[in-house]
Design a protein around this ligand. Structure first.
Ligand code: ZN
Length: 124
């Protein structure tokens, strides 16, 4: 770039002109912006990583719920039908639904954090 004061060529990263010692304001500004961008990228990546972790946790708990829900449903077919067992099976179905809901929340969390993270990384 060119020094504002003496119009001599200076390297892009320098804060002062080598020829006249003039403070290169535009360079200081661009350095500040670059630092800000770095922080945004770190925060953005962190947000995405947290989203992936949250999504993973939701999926893990969802598969746990699905397993116990399946156990609840299959118990009835092994031991016949009483009112209590029918109720137990219905609870199993509710838990299965809840597991799907949990997965949906996991995917939503991941999409939202990925969107937010990419925006932060892009700097807008
Ligand atoms: Zn100069």
């Amino acid at each position: 770039m060119i020094c504002d004061k003496c119009k001599s060529e200076v390297t892009v990263d320098s804060l002062y002109c080598r020829n006249c010692g003039n403070t290169l304001v535009s360079n200081a500004n661009s350095n500040f912006i670059r630092k800000n961008n770095n922080t945004s990228i770190i925060v953005g990546v962190l947000v995405i990583v947290l989203g992936i972790i949250a999504c993973g946790l939701f999926f893990m708990s969802a598969s746990d719920i699905t397993t116990s829900a399946s156990d609840m449903i299959t118990l009835r077919s092994q031991s016949g039908t009483s009112v209590a067992e029918a109720y137990y099976q219905d609870m199993g179905k509710v838990f299965k639904g809840f597991a799907m809901f949990s997965r949906a929340i996991g995917i939503s969390t991941l999409s939202i954090t990925t969107y937010m993270g990419t925006r932060l990384i892009k700097g807008k």
